[in-house]
Design a binder for this molecule. Structure first.
Ligand SMILES: Cc1ncc(C[n+]2csc(CCOP(=O)(O)OP(=O)(O)O)c2C)c(N)n1
Ligand SMILES: CC(=O)[C@@H](O)[C@H](O)COP(=O)(O)O
Ligand SMILES: [Mg+2]
Length: 627
């Protein structure tokens, strides 16, 4: 790794002789495969941008020039070229490098938010600021994937960037034709048309010049070739979409040819206005197991069977797999069910339904806002949509849920995977806001299953609801074994009946298992703990008030933000019911949580058996004196 180790920053990349760049790329790929196969992370996306990133840092002078990465999962090479070779081995580890750009790590990093389709908006803002403050010598470059380009925010930005002819913004489209799966929709077709037009255009240019110079027959043949080109204008019309808006289009460029990318970027830089450089790359490039991975080109690294090269199935079904299997069964029973994904069909468990009923599964691209409002349209049309998102990405479509789905009392079911702490992908990927923001949506019901059995049950109950939105949320990973139910009280599952009735623990979702463990610990200390799980956490089950009256303290436990969460809603309900039993809510703090393993982050937030036990002991009021 001699070349890579010689790089302390972009200046060293710019000084490196062109002849050494292929070897540098080789060293980078070797380090990516060796590291990410141990730490996990986005191997395919980063293998695909090695040459592109080298070229970017040879043409632009970061951090004076700003290089923005959309989504940021493909910024490992950027990190290696900006002085972070040392420490790279602790990628995505707690206290180590983030898997996304991080301003705390480097002045070369700008966007920490891992939500897609934002980079062009930042670029528009930065360019305006530089124009207003006279920093017009600073280039603004935004790298956006073809998948992220299907997000609405990207086009809101293009609309503004293209309008300012004298305000340079360089948009670099990293077009590998895929999000996880092949990118869908008209934008994918547009880019594909441009990819095709490139060689065709070059051939025509060669043909025109060569033919025209041929004596006698040259001109008539040239006229014929020209007519052919004019007749095939639809092959080059895609460029018109950009140029028609005032956005200069350069490309398509081979994104693995450093010299070609450099040349295009220098042209773009010299243009002095809004320009789009269309780079064609290959996701997973340079490592056969990723290149041949038909599922997602190792978007996220996973171990593969050394013999078959295929993925190694999990021994215990994950939350996602439990959901996918149940939805597949439900879809066979209920023809009115349809499913919507925002470019994450496999990650949200829709393969089974896709395989059985492909016409009833819609991949809308990375377009959560469209996904939600189109679901309202689907519901109004008489079908029952199941919108499958990662919990954190629902944030982006809150208005659509509130005023397109709930306002119209549409029967739409939202399945939020990766709810609660996800950990590895850092602050913007934790699904820790849904339980709070959804509390304000009139008519909306929320279920937080604690295990596979309650997930199946809640899903079946949710798709029965046709007069408003239902939400089912579950965490990353694998559910515990199904928890036994001691009894039921008006729809409340009583997991442990406390004797005496000292503490009432209302557990939300997967943390019910933790509640059981805490009850055992407190029993050792002579405290009787009743553990209940409502499964449907909104609206608040009124039976909680009755139980609360009989206990000395109520403790709520949720894998979501404490602020405005389920615990806060329960406390409000008890106040309204004039229940005086004190309530202590336990959940995630109101701060952004740094990356680490899920268990590590939960422990940092005090959500462990010992810590919860300790805190409850502190808040249990003394026993009332018997009269
Ligand atoms: C708003 C949002 N929705 C979904 C995701 C999940 N996600 C992360 S990367 C990715 C695919 C990105 O595709 P592309 O932009 O083409 O980048 P590539 O991985 O191909 O380099 C998706 C859907 C996200 N990060 N943000
Ligand atoms: C950037 C990206 O792809 C994220 O959506 C994230 O990587 C998902 O990670 P998991 O699917 O492993 O939770
Ligand atoms: Mg892509």
């Amino acid at each position: 790794m001699a070349l890579l180790n010689s790089i302390r920053g972009p200046a060293d990349v710019r000084r490196m002789p062109e002849a050494e760049l292929p070897a540098l790329a080789e060293e980078i790929r070797e380090l990516l495969v060796r590291t990410v196969s141990r730490t996990g992370g986005h191997l395919g996306p980063n293998l695909g941008v090695v040459e592109l990133t080298i070229a970017l840092h040879r043409v632009f002078n970061s951090p004076h020039d700003r290089i923005l990465w959309d989504t940021g999962h493909q910024a490992y090479v950027h990190k290696l070229l900006t002085g972070r070779v040392e420490g790279f081995e602790r990628l995505r580890q707690r206290g180590g490098l983030s898997g996304y750009p991080s301003r705390a790590e480097s002045e070369h990093d700008v966007i920490e938010n891992s939500h897609a389709s934002t980079a062009l908006c930042y670029a528009d803002g930065l360019a305006k600021a530089y124009a207003l403050t006279g920093q017009t010598d600073r280039a603004v470059v935004a790298v956006i994937g073809d998948g992220a380009l299907t997000g609405g925010m990207a086009w809101e930005a293009v609309n503004n960037i293209a309008a300012a002819k004298d305000r340079p913004v360089i948009i670099v489209v990293n077009d590998n034709g895929r999000s996880y799966a092949p990118t869908v929709g008209g934008i994918a077709d547009l880019l594909s048309g441009l990819r095709t037009a490139g060689p065709y255009e070059r051939f025509l240019a060669w043909g025109k010049n060569t033919v025209r110079q041929t004596p006698v027959v040259g001109q008539p043949v040239y006229d014929l070739v020209h007519a052919v080109k004019a007749g095939l204008k639809d092959l080059i019309a895609p460029q018109a979409l950009f140029s028609g808006m005032g956005l200069k289009y350069l490309g398509p460029v081979d994104g693995h040819d450093v010299a070609a990318v450099e040349a295009a970027l220098r042209r773009a830089r010299g243009f002095g206005g809004p320009v789009l450089v269309h780079c064609v790359t290959e996701k997973g490039r340079g490592w056969a197991p990723a290149e041949t991975d038909e599922q997602d080109k190792m978007h996220s690294y996973r171990r593969t069977d050394p013999v078959t090269g295929g993925r190694i199935p999990a021994t215990t079904p994950t939350w996602t797999e439990v959901f996918g299997a149940e939805l597949g069964a439900l879809a066979a029973e209920r023809p009115e069910l349809v499913a919507i994904t925002a470019a994450m069909l496999e990650p949200t468990g829709l393969e089974q339904m896709q395989a059985k009923f492909p016409e009833r599964v819609f991949d809308v691209g990375i377009a959560e806002q469209h996904a939600v409002t189109s679901a309202a349209g689907l519901a109004m049309g008489g079908v029952h949509p199941v919108v499958c998102l990662y919990a954190t990405f629902l944030n982006r479509a809150f208005d659509q849920l509130l005023l397109d789905v709930a306002l119209h009392s549409c029967g739409v079911t939202f399945v939020l995977d990766r709810a609660g702490v996800t950990g590895d992908d850092g602050p913007s990927h934790n699904g820790m806001w849904d339980l709070s923001i959804l509390q304000v949506v009139p008519g909306l019901r929320i279920a937080a299953p604690r295990d596979a059995a309650t997930l199946r049950r809640a899903l079946r109950e949710a798709v029965e609801v046709t007069d408003g939105p239902t939400v089912i949320r579950f965490p990353k990973g694998t559910p515990s074994a199904d928890l036994a139910v001691a009894s039921q009280v008006d729809g409340l599952d009583v997991l442990v009946a406390g004797e005496p009735e000292d503490v009432l623990m209302v557990c939300v979702g997967a943390l019910a298992g933790l509640g059981r463990q805490v009850a055992d610990e407190l029993a050792e200390a002579g405290l009787g703990v009743t553990v209940v799980d409502p499964v449907w956490v909104r609206p608040v089950n009124p039976a909680i008030a009755g139980l609360a009256r009989r206990h000395r303290v109520v403790v709520t436990l949720e894998d979501g933000g404490r602020a405005g969460g389920v615990g806060a809603a329960i406390a409000q309900e008890l106040r309204d019911a004039r229940v005086t039993t004190p309530v202590h809510t336990m959940g995630l703090p109101q701060r952004f949580l740094e990356h680490g393993k899920r268990a590590e982050v939960l422990a940092d937030c005090g959500l462990t058996t010992p810590e919860i036990t300790r805190r409850i002991k502190e808040v249990v009021p003394a026993r009332r004196r018997s009269r």
